[in-house]
Design a protein around this ligand. Sequence first.
Ligand SMILES: NC(=O)C1=CN([C@@H]2O[C@H](COP(=O)(O)OP(=O)(O)OC[C@H]3O[C@@H](n4cnc5c(N)ncnc54)[C@H](O)[C@@H]3O)[C@@H](O)[C@H]2O)[C@@H](O)CC1
Ligand SMILES: Nc1ncnc2c1ncn2[C@@H]1O[C@H](COP(=O)(O)OP(=O)(O)OP(=O)(O)O)[C@@H](O)[C@H]1O
Ligand SMILES: [Mg+2]
Length: 372
Amino acid sequence: MALGPRCGAIRACRRVLERAFSLRKAHSIKDMENTLQLVRNIIPPLSSTKHKGQDGRIGVVGGCQEYTGAPYFAAISALKVGADLSHVFCASAAAPVIKAYSPELIVHPVLDSPNAVHEVEKWLPRLHALVVGPGLGRDDALLRNVQGILEVSKARDIPVVIDADGLWLVAQQPALIHGYRKAVLTPNHVEFSRLYDAVLRGPMDSDDSHGSVLRLSQALGNVTVVQKGERDILSNGQQVLVCSQEGSSRRCGGQGDLLSGSLGVLVHWALLAGPQKTNGGISDLKLTIWGPEIETGVKTRAQGSCGPRTTTPTSPHLLLSPSPQVQPSPGGRVWRLLSHQAVQPPSLPEARSLHHHLRHDRRGGGRLQQAL
Ligand SMILES: NC(=O)C1=CN([C@@H]2O[C@H](COP(=O)(O)OP(=O)(O)OC[C@H]3O[C@@H](n4cnc5c(N)ncnc54)[C@H](O)[C@@H]3O)[C@@H](O)[C@H]2O)[C@@H](O)CC1
Ligand SMILES: Nc1ncnc2c1ncn2[C@@H]1O[C@H](COP(=O)(O)OP(=O)(O)OP(=O)(O)O)[C@@H](O)[C@H]1O
Ligand SMILES: [Mg+2]
């Protein structure tokens, strides 16, 4: 299992890159390769010296009487991407069901208990990130408990991915995450409109989707907003990123849960990697991973209402781009794109060999190419 999810993560990242690089058709495989190198660097290497949980302990807060699949999808995606441990904090009625789905998930039936906040808080020192909302439902008592959980998580500086009914809660109380730069919101179309309306007190401009995402992020204190859709639009209130790589044409329930669970791990890994792991060292890409905030995305021309614009080199952000146009700004930030198709069957043979090459091929990935 240890190899599988890591490979899954690498293949997921490859999809991410394909997606990212589809934004500029001309990208050579070399660009892909270089950018994969960056992604490779944030994936913690497997090592016999590590202990269980060191590479990621993710908690999913969600799961109620009606919804047991969503927290499962989010939690199992975290494991498949490469986390070591995945916890689900859910309502007592959902716990036996989710436990039955998988022995790999550590399921805590505490979300509807009177001291739910304390029950979750005592686990926080052992968690690297939380994914709040999948299958949460809209029961007031549960939402009140989740509000307390978000408060104590922020107090401990824990990255939180907020999705689904977690976004319903944020729409009721935007102050809950305002300015918390380690928050990543992943609304779908409906959740975005709801949130936009609640925070900006008015309907979004459907002709200016980029501007709408930018404005919502700004209104929430520059948290990272990932508006899911045919084209994913991401912003941290300063930059807008768009990814239009064709994903699955299915529109079934659970696809957003896969993304939120995957994001939980990758946000942690990106924080863990830090700038020293990805600073320079890549010929075409001068990348610096920086700062407590984690944005997720790949820079591209943001075709906003004011026409195409790119990040000027002087902007505070460096964006992941192989093209020479975007020169790195010192100490810039790197955007990474996370794909919602992050769950790979761990048994995928080439993924395993891919993992092997990534880990052991010191000669610049020659064999990696074949594996890819
Ligand atoms: N198997 C499960 O347990 C699942 C549970 N889920 C949970 O169900 C709860 C509600 O999530 P929903 O996504 O259904 O609720 P939403 O409030 O996001 O969406 C309400 C309805 O809007 C419609 N809709 C969604 N995207 C749209 C779009 N792009 N354009 C137009 N209409 C659109 C859908 O019919 C959806 O049922 C959440 O807590 C979620 O986590 C879902 O994640 C699906 C899977
Ligand atoms: N019309 C579309 N065409 C292609 N991809 C899409 C489309 N809409 C969404 N996606 C992609 O599907 C993934 C899930 O988005 P979706 O809108 O289904 O989330 P969701 O409604 O929260 O799902 P869930 O049922 O898990 O709650 C996102 O990563 C998004 O990029
Ligand atoms: Mg959803």
